[in-house]
Design a protein around this ligand. Structure first.
Ligand code: CO
Length: 148
């Protein structure tokens, strides 16, 4: 039993991809059906800088089906979405808003955008989330951002 447990634990350690901080570059996709490909993103605090790439795998243009990837504390998310709606097209994100920890560009089908930011300033185990700030998308396009 002891040996089996060790093997399972080791497999989990390798599969996690965090063993050598190699999960510091991650990709998430968005499509024409208001869906992200991930509902959760985990990063290691030991990454320091993390790069998140958003790929829009749909075909609709940015003004009809724009997607971005915005990271905030969960408590700030709805306020930022509202401020983004007020900021308007094309970015739908308030400029210089300190609640925005990181954000990609707003993109349309076939495009991609990356953002690199420092996670060592974030709190491990803190409550963060990512979402799309295009009007109406927040209801479906969001997920948990976990710093381990
Ligand atoms: Co969107």
């Amino acid at each position: 039993m002891k040996t089996n447990f060790a093997i399972v634990a080791l497999a989990g350690w390798f599969l996690s991809g965090n063993a050598y901080g190699q999960d510091c570059n991650q990709t998430i996709e968005g499509n024409d059906l208001l869906q992200y490909s991930l509902s959760e993103i985990r990063v290691s605090a030991s990454c320091g800088e993390v790069t998140i790439t958003l790929r829009h795998t749909g075909q609709l243009p940015v003004n009809a089906m724009g997607h971005n990837w915005v990271l905030t504390a969960t408590a700030d998310a709805e306020g930022v979405v509202e401020a983004g709606r007020n900021a308007g097209a094309p970015g739908y994100l308030p400029e210089g808003d300190p609640r925005v920890i990181a954000a990609t560009e707003m993109i349309g089908g076939g495009q991609a955008s990356s953002v690199t930011f420092d996670v060592s300033a974030l709190t491990a185990g803190g409550d963060y989330m990512f979402f799309c700030s295009f009007p109406g998308h927040y209801a479906l396009m969001k997920g948990q951002f976990i710093v381990e």
